[in-house]
Design a protein around this ligand. Structure first.
Ligand code: ATP
Length: 864
């Protein structure tokens, strides 16, 4: 390892051949070719061939292949070929499904890839962290995940947590000073930062020394196992269910094998039939269809600006019963404009200041100097302050140059203050701005015109009244104060006291237009919306009332109240509390926990570095795509690309819809399989000839198990999902009513299949024609049944054209089935008899009857 820590800034710039302007784009491109992208190598990709071959590892498929080969040897070569072809096509479909699902999971990963601010061609740019190369100069700040290893060349109260690398959970202060040593443990390299650590405070400028697999994290990455679960709870429970079902079906098929033997069918044919029935009846596609529907759903969600990081969360989305949302930027527009200023004992409009007065001049100066934004980039609260000052011809560029920052204590949402130190024409001034409740108790004097005097109870009362008045109109209030120090120094938290009060600034941040409607939808859907904000109680309540979150009689709690309560007390309060104000991140964890202990599935938003624990604790942690820190995005399970509350509601709607669609796919698969089994059982017990040939069963399996089931999974949301209460996460997917429905629908279809068999069998006892009719009716009835399974409403309610995929799936199945029935050259391969027009019409009618009955029942039960 190179000792970058013992090199001076110049040496290191020289070593990496970079100037103060950063790398040029061309040079960076050269370096990316040389060093590769800044990413940790992912697990080796499984080749498509392996995926394809793994489709055959199913025990039953192997038996089927063996049986069909034996049957070919004994002379029945045609049906063997068909069976093999069908199995191969099935495997190809399975492979495609697998690849598609993997691809969409990968593209989700790309969507949530982290960004880094980097200096290129002399300009500060935000790039995907993958594009960072050695020699780049990057900017890190509180809330960032460090994407590379690098040498700190400038730092401002920079505190970094390296626990993922060293196990040390205390933050480590990083400075740019050279360390003279030959060898140092990672934890002691205080002028180096390492990939995978997180910036918990302050900011810094870093020269990148290594990227990707060359970083310290990269070196141990091979040792780290990705513990992220790939299967979702639903998949696990479906797999368990599938296993039990398979055992049941295999036992049943064993029984049918014996019965066939008893009826004098030869061993090989009986075996083939029993195995083909098992293959057709076991819904082996279940788990992969769930993955596909979830994956397609997450892609749809990402188009709606909700980026889901793992499939598991989509399921949980449908169960969400509480949404705890930040106010600023999520429920409101985060477009701040200063509207009122309180100074010299008077309330002024934003245009009514007089910069010739000392107090007002100081307010405008503080607006620019105690501020990290420019008039375009930065925190909207701070941009609004710069815009205010610029109205009075204060140029932020000039002022920042003239009175540079000597020292600073950055803003954090626990302290709710920010301080900076400047030398203003010989006076060493410490500016502090922040929340009134944090700043007023630290104030000892007040500035009034040219006079500075001790602050008294009357002043305090007046200031508090003005603050409430501003807040009642929904204004967000900032307090301004300053103090004079004896000399330039590094300021610390202990200096944040003994202030002179200057004034209050009130800014509006209008609610987002869509917030109100989204809140209404939440309430309709049985979901409780809750506002959790760092802002003032009255401001929060006013905005909450405006958008419908707060209703008369609701509780409003402050962080301080939460602090005083025991977990028990908090649990009793949460249900009635719709607004939490002046909340710190640690209160958020308690609020989530309280809701969870009431059995609710809780979604919680967060953007700051300290929000990560609460985001992890919530069932659905939601980070902000635009304003959120990388740490919060890392901890979250969902990222809002547009920071918008209404997107959460959209995501929940889609989540519920996806779950409903999965349920419908399952209903489709199982009811169709039930029909096949019931028909076979009936035929066996009634002593009829074999009702389906093995190839029939496999053909039906091929036509109906994939396309129509996926088409049902793509059903667009009908909005009806919002009328229900949130789903109980413990509720099994196969509820009693769903099971009854599956059995009932299976029974109706089986009845029509058996009738079809008898028509074909007729007085001539034509077994081939009988089984042809039975096969055709079952196949077509299942294809029709696809339309029944699209939702609860009748087809008129759902609209025949509203899900084109189901039409396409039906069309393909219909054409293939009719091809098999009508093309005489295929007859011997598929073991079907030639049929007349009347037979075909009869098949269509019989196959349509179950759908007719089911649609009429739906119409009666659900209306349109
Ligand atoms: P939410 O949690 O809904 O996003 P918020 O953004 O209002 O709420 P914080 O950013 O934690 O919450 O702000 C809390 C308080 O801190 C504000 O009411 C304001 O008084 C003060 N404040 C906010 N931004 C700054 C800043 N840049 N400098 C100084 N004080 C600030």
């Amino acid at each position: 390892m190179k000792n970058y820590f013992s090199k001076s800034k110049d040496e290191i710039f020289k070593e990496f051949q970079v100037t103060e302007d950063g790398l040029t784009t061309a040079e960076a491109q050269e370096r990316i070719k040389k060093y590769g992208k800044n990413q940790l190598n992912e697990d080796e990709k499984v080749s498509n061939l392996v995926v394809f071959l793994s489709q055959f590892k199913d025990f039953l498929v192997i038996i089927l292949i063996i049986a069909s080969i034996i049957s070919a040897v004994s002379g029945n070569i045609e049906s063997t070929i068909v069976i093999l072809v069908v199995i191969i096509i099935n495997a190809i479909l399975g492979t495609i499904q697998h690849i598609k699902a993997e691809e969409s999971i990968k593209s989700l990963k790309n969507l949530s890839s982290p960004k880094t601010k980097v200096l290129r061609d002399g300009e500060k740019r935000e790039l995907s962290s993958e594009e960072i190369v050695p020699g780049d100069i990057i900017f890190i700040e509180a809330g960032d995940l460090v994407p590379v290893d690098g040498r700190v060349i400038d730092s401002f109260s920079l505190l970094v947590n390296e626990s993922s690398l060293t196990g040390e959970s205390e933050g480590i202060e990083k400075k740019s000073d050279v360390i003279m040593a030959d060898n140092l443990a990672l934890g002691d390299q205080k002028n180096m930062i390492f990939s995978g650590s997180l910036v918990s405070y302050g900011r810094g400028v870093v020269l990148v020394t290594s990227t990707g697999m060359n970083t310290e994290l990269g070196k141990i990455a091979k040792l780290l196992k990705d513990t992220k679960e790939k299967t979702t709870p639903l998949q696990v429970s479906l797999d368990n269910f599938g296993k039990k079902l398979s055992i049941g079906i295999i036992v049943l098929c064993g029984l049918i094998f014996m019965i066939n033997l008893f009826h004098g069918v030869n061993v090989l044919d009986s075996l083939m039939f029993a195995v083909a029935l098992a293959v057709a009846a076991i819904p082996e596609a279940l788990s992969s269809i769930v993955t596909i529907v979830l994956a397609i759903g997450t892609q749809k969600l990402s188009k709606e600006n909700a980026i889901i990081k793992n499939l598991k969360s989509v399921e949980a989305l449908g169960c969400v019963g509480v949404i705890c949302s930040d106010k600023t930027g999520t429920l409101t527009q985060n477009k701040m404009t200063v509207k009122k200023v309180y100074v010299n004992g008077r309330v002024l409009d934003e245009n009514g200041l007089d910069s010739k007065r000392e107090t007002e001049d100081l307010i405008l100066k503080e607006s620019i100097l105690c501020n990290d934004a420019t008039n375009e980039v930065g925190d909207p609260t701070e941009i609004a302050l710069i815009n205010l000052a610029e109205k009075y011809q204060f140029s932020y560029k000039e002022l920042k140059q003239k009175y540079p920052r000597i020292s600073e204590i950055p803003f954090d949402s626990d302290r709710k203050l920010m301080s900076t130190l400047h030398n203003i024409d010989g006076k060493i001034i410490m500016f502090t701005k922040g929340a009134l409740d944090s700043l007023l108790p630290r104030t000892k004097s007040i500035m009034h015109g040219n006079e500075i005097r001790e602050i008294n109870a009357k002043d305090i009362k007046e200031i508090e009244n003005i603050n409430t008045m501003f807040a009642e109109t929904g204004l967000r209030v900032l307090t301004y104060a300053y103090k004079i120090l004896d000399s330039e120094k590094e300021i610390g938290l202990e200096d944040e006291t003994g202030y002179i009060f200057i004034g209050l600034i009130g800014m509006i941040d209008p609610p987002r237009l869509e917030s109100k409607e989204a809140v209404e939808k939440c309430i309709m859907a049985g979901i409780k919306p809750v506002m959790i904000t760092g802002d003032h109680k009255v401001t929060a309540r006013t905005i909450a009332k405006e958008i419908g979150i707060y209703r008369d009689g609701d509780n409003v709690l402050e962080g301080i109240d939460v602090e005083k309560m025991s977990d028990e007390e908090l649990r009793e309060k949460v249900a009635q509390t719709s607004v939490y104000a002046r909340v710190s991140p640690e209160h958020k964890i308690r609020i989530v926990t309280a809701w969870q202990s009431l059995g609710k599935i809780c979604a919680m938003t967060g953007d700051g570095v300290n929000d990560a624990p609460a985001l992890k604790r919530a069932d659905i942690g939601i980070a902000m795509g635009i304003t959120g820190t990388e740490v919060s995005k890392d901890a979250a399970s969902m990222i809002l690309a547009d920071d918008n509350f209404s997107t959460i509601v959209k995501a929940i709607t889609t989540g519920r819809n996806i779950y409903a669609n999965i349920k419908n796919s399952i209903r489709f698969l199982l009811s169709g399989n039930t029909a096949a089994i019931l028909a076979v059982i009936y035929a066996s017990f009634a002593g009829l000839p074999v009702i389906f040939a093995p190839v029939h069963l496999l053909f039906i399996n091929l036509l109906t198990d994939s396309l129509p089931a996926i088409a049902i999974g793509m059903e667009p949301s009908q909005g009806e999902v919002l009328k229900d209460k949130p789903r109980d996460p413990k509720e099994p997917i196969l509820t009693k009513s769903l099971s009854m429905r599956i059995l009932g629908e299976g029974f109706i279809i089986a009845t029509c299949v058996i009738i079809g068999f008898y028509f074909g069998f007729g007085s001539m006892k034509d077994a081939l024609k009988g089984s042809t009719m039975a096969f055709a009716v079952l196949c077509l009835a299942r294809l029709f049944h696809g339309f029944n399974c699209r939702g609860n409403s009748s087809i008129f309610g759902l609209g025949l054209m509203s899900n084109p995929f189901s039409l396409i799936a039906f069309g393909i199945g219909f054409v293939l089935l009719n091809g098999v029935l009508m093309l005489t050259s295929l007859h011997s391969i598929f073991e079907v008899a030639s049929l007349g027009t009347n037979d075909l019409i009869l098949i269509y009618v019989l196959a349509f009857i179950p759908t007719l009955i089911i649609q009429v029942l739906k119409y009666i039960k659900y209306g349109r």
